[in-house]
Design a protein around this ligand. Structure first.
Ligand SMILES: NC(=O)c1ccc[n+]([C@@H]2O[C@H](COP(=O)([O-])OP(=O)(O)OC[C@H]3O[C@@H](n4cnc5c(N)ncnc54)[C@H](O)[C@@H]3O)[C@@H](O)[C@H]2O)c1
Length: 335
């Protein structure tokens, strides 16, 4: 039987990376997770090989590349808190860029030519047009988004100079959980709306704060584009397969093209859980645009990507199922 090519997945023990690890086999790859467990969890790596290591450790990376000879790299490992990046930009530029440069240098040395970058809608900054197409102006308004935009530009130059092919995937709001209930979000501290709203519904936090109800949106609260994490993971493999076939770099938005307000997320949570979500109104947060919605046609047309689980109701149903499992003491079960 033909051996499946190895795929190095950095951050494969994290939220999105672990869903990609789980999907890898379906697309003919053997996942090799490389993760420091700074934020991720060993139990979340459900397939393939796990190596505990930090991307700053170049010698260890070289060892892993020599041993597993990956055909390509999917790079999820980074810091991702917008607020923290504003307070501590050094951490974001040093790690998000420095570690990726380390990885690129090992890829070049070991002649691994295909790279998928977890990028973000935060590369666009404040929208001048909604939905936002891929050619929307890039004006990141925080060091997190800037660090990803810098990586995109580095990769464009590396393609030109060294032939390193890359696809950058600009995610909107990753959400939901594995449909079979094996995986889901478990961030400490949690910074994302849906798990926080579920915590409030379940009584694990007193309430959820709605930051601003006076935005120019139908109900006054911010609108975001929620994309299911399994749909996101699938797009990575479609993008990788295509890049390996065409030998061309590319970039895509990953969103649904439909936005939901914070208030709609709260209402849908109440419907799905049958529980009341205690909420209080707070002031707007600096740097929160009223609406962030992807124009998502390119990925659908070029990659043939069709989000299957990204209806808000499905996102909340899967997230709620995972939330109940996570908080019933099951999460630490070994794989
Ligand atoms: N979650 C979202 O909504 C969202 C939106 C847009 C983009 N992204 C991007 O997607 C990627 C994954 O996000 P996530 O929500 O899964 O994050 P996560 O924190 O759950 O996962 C990141 C993983 O990387 C690991 N890691 C961090 N630094 C490392 C290092 N130096 N060496 C080795 N491993 C390291 C962590 O331990 C963790 O397991 C990030 O690059 C993020 O910027 C996420």
């Amino acid at each position: 039987m033909k051996k499946r090519p190895n795929l190095l997945i950095t951050g494969g023990a994290g939220y999105i990376g672990s869903h990609a690890v789980k999907e890898a086999r379906k697309y003919g790859f053997q996942p090799i997770t490389y993760d420091s467990l700074l934020m991720g969890h060993r139990w979340a790596v459900r397939d393939g090989v796990f190596v505990k290591g930090d991307l700053s450790n170049r010698a260890k990376l070289v060892q892993v590349f020599r041993k597993y000879k990956p055909a390509a790299v999917m790079h999820f490992a980074s810091h991702l808190s917008v607020g923290e990046s504003v307070a501590n930009p050094q951490k974001y530029y040093r790690d998000n860029i420095g570690n990726a440069l380390n990885l690129f240098s090992v890829m070049l040395e070991q002649k691994v030519n295909y790279f998928i970058l977890s990028s973000t809608a935060a590369v666009y900054g404040n929208p001048v047009k909604v939905p936002m197409p891929e050619n929307h102006p890039k004006n990141p308004i925080n060091p997190y988004g800037d660090s990803k935009y810098i990586l995109e530009r580095i990769l464009a130059w590396y393609d030109q100079a060294y032939g390193l092919k890359s696809t950058y995937l600009r995610y909107f709001n990753a959400s939901g959980a594995d449909v079979s209930g094996e995986l889901g979000e478990d961030h400490h501290p949690e910074i994302h709306l849906i798990p926080l709203v579920l915590d409030a519904a379940a009584g694990l936090r007193k309430e959820i704060t709605v930051f601003g109800t006076d935005y120019p949106t139908p109900d006054g609260t911010c609108i975001r584009d929620y994309i299911h994490v399994t749909d996101l993971a699938e797009a990575h493999f479609l993008a990788l397969k295509r890049m390996m076939k065409t030998g061309k770099s590319d970039f895509f938005n990953l969103g649904t093209g439909k936005g939901y307000s914070v208030q709609q997320v709260i209402w849908m949570t109440e419907k799905v859980t049958g529980l009341k979500v205690p909420a209080k109104i707070g002031p707007r947060r600096p740097g929160d645009p009223p609406s962030l919605v992807a124009q998502s046609k390119k990925a659908q047309k070029v990659l043939g990507w069709k989000p299957k689980y990204s209806k808000l109701e499905t996102i909340l149903e899967t997230a709620w199922r995972w939330h109940q499992k996570l908080h019933s003491g099951l999460k630490k079960k070994p794989v």
